[in-house]
Design a protein around this ligand. Sequence first.
Ligand code: SGN
Ligand code: CA
Length: 559
Amino acid sequence: MKQVALLAPLAFLALGACANFRSAAEPATVAPAPVEQKRPNIIFIMSDDHAQTAISAYGTRIGKIAPTPNIDRIARNGALFENSYVTNSLCGPSRATMLTGLFSHLHGFTKNGQTFDNASWNWVRALGQSGYQTALFGKWHLNYSPQGSGIDTWAVLDDQGKYYNPDIITPEGKKVVEGYATDITTDLTLRWLNEQRKPGQPFVLMMHHKAPHRNFMPAIRHVQKYIGTEFPVPTNYFDHYDGRPAAAAQEMTVAHDMYEGHDLKMTTKAGSRELRFNPWTDDFNRMTEAQREAYFGALQPGNDAMNRANLNEREMAIWKYQRYMDEYLGTVAAVDESVGRVLDWLEASGEMDNTIVVYTSDQGFYLGEHGWFDKRFMYEESLRTPFLMQYPGHIPAGLRVAAPIQNIDYAATFLDYAGLPARKEIQGRSLRDVADGTPPADWRDAIYYHYYEYVRGPGNHAVSAHYGIKSDRYKLIRFYGHVNAWEFYDLASDPDEMHNRIDDPAMQPQIARMKRRLTALRQKYRDDGGPAVTDALASPAAIARGQRDAESAAGLHHH
Ligand code: SGN
Ligand code: CA
């Protein structure tokens, strides 16, 4: 398998050489024999904030109730990566990592609100320069547009993107496109495949959905989909965060921090359409009258019943969780349809066998675990991100990959599949051998993580900066800047990360060993500078600096 693909870029030369040996009897006009192995197309599908726990192929509790049959097709056709992680669980940093193969501190985009330098090396441009046609549709969110990134054709959502009638930015400017963002992004993708793709030339096509990102608005056809479905409340939904000061300090609970109007679409009283707290009115104001009527009409019976029920605090927290799941999973339904439309196109066009399809997200998300929505923390639900990849004939169908992978690996992977030389600056490794089902003996056995953005307020969640290491069994996290503390988890006995064992005498040998491994990883990835270098807790000066940073960012930050 490997040899064939490595030879791919040489196939053209090889054909030329063969011509010299053509027998005199053969007419000179004969068509060249079909090239054995073409360079594969790559369709990279990414959603925003899609938790592994909301994908049925991952075998999750939610997946059973709200299946994703089309995303699951990728798992059946190819590989599902059971241990897929991000390096910094936040949109901008994650996207920059996927493009460059670098941890946040080396590509420089550590927190949202910063600007990515589109001129930086990225793997899409590299493939473009080697002969690929390249295109991107949907969310970019690294700066205003992909101008200068080397991507041939693009049309992107403005900033975070709106669900209804979004502003779309193209090289010609910005305009409102009527419709639902997930469908518009898919339509642009399919139109490019049908009308702009140059048959015979390999392509990279990126389809980046806004969904299921906040404020969780399903398409009209899906608003009703989960109303009345009862989702099991996570066992740690009412977490008290004992022994976990950073978790206690966050502002991201479904019960208290979600915007009751803007996110949960709760009304003020029975019979009324007036929304509760709705700080960003543009999401609803930009809908057409018909869209608003259909959307809020569908939610009205539930809102009226809730307003009449006089729920106590605990009942209200559970009601909000159910509404959150209805809406979040409602947006996932359109993403799943979108994946189905692209896979159907591949089947119908005959390009399936020569195309790598990836489905991933910019990070995971909390679906009520610890009482939360959002991400950022190095706890499992937001550290994990879905990763499924098919390449018929190259990746065994139905493979489950246990080897730990991270989003630093994608750039190396695509260079490898495209037959391009490895790039030494990249901090990840090609997934090719892992995806063959034969992980190399020296594959990583632990992953490194570093989150930087501390901004207070329910729009930004007040998660203290932290870094850490996860091995197959243990996780060690060091919070610094705002909250200053270490945490240690034994995932074998405590998969939900409820018991910080950092002071447990029985764990001290494992903790000491993990601290040594963490130091080694920080050196390996060249992240051993800055305020959090040593195993000692941060100095008061470093903490003050972290707080100043956070406060100035809060002034700037919204989306
Ligand atoms: C906005 C949201 C946050 C979200 C970030 C980052 N607040 O700031 O809830 O965590 O985006 O999301 S809101 O008040 O504007 O809704 S990310 O996916 O771009 O990283
Ligand atoms: Ca995101």
